[in-house]
Design a protein. Structure first.
Length: 183
């Protein structure tokens, strides 16, 4: 049996969970989340816990068992506490700003880079070079942060670009200076 799948998902105070057939809805102080569950996995609500079981012992069912439990645990945690990803922009003249529902960044291109902020995601810009992306859905927050980083990933020579706050960029030495001019 799956080590992760057999662990129950404990529902904290202030979070409501509804199981309706193959659909699970989680509502908490940070937001509402819905997810369709694969038919090979059963979810039931007992004693303020979500119990996940599989219907058979096929390889696919075993894989879906742990996956479903992890997805539901992420939904419960997101609805109660939320998720946050922090990004840092490094480079001369590089900056970001939120204008309405768009994130506008100046990244050294001939044009500003504009990105539509997805629903359920909040972006806070601190000191024009520090971004904080937060929301209830872990998948959406992580994907939007990855999309922002993709616009200008950090380069290894000068370190310019967008990086996660906990990311370590390995720097390269670059070309060695020419020492003598002999022919």
């Amino acid at each position: 049996m799956s080590r992760i799948g057999r662990m129950p998902v404990v529902i904290p105070a202030g979070v409501k969970v509804k199981v309706n057939g193959s659909e699970v809805a989680v509502e908490g102080p940070k937001g509402k989340l819905n997810r369709q569950i694969h038919p090979k996995v059963n979810v039931e609500l007992k004693d303020n816990q979500l119990l996940i079981t599989r219907q058979d012992e096929t390889k696919q069912s075993k894989a879906l068992h742990g996956l479903t439990r992890a997805l539901l645990a992420n939904m419960v945690a997101g609805a109660s506490q939320g998720y946050t990803r922090k990004l840092e922009i490094e480079g001369v003249g590089f900056r970001a700003a939120v204008e309405g529902k768009k994130l506008v960044m100046t990244l050294g291109f001939s044009h500003p880079v504009e990105m539509e902020i997805p629903a359920g995601v909040q972006v806070a810009v601190e000191k024009q070079v520090s971004l904080q992306i937060s929301g209830a859905d872990k998948e959406t927050v992580g994907q939007f942060a990855a999309n922002v980083r993709f616009k200008k990933p950090p380069e290894p020579y000068r370190g310019k670009g967008i990086r996660y706050s906990d990311e370590v960029v390995r720097r390269k030495a670059g070309k060695a200076a020419a020492t003598g001019g002999g022919k």
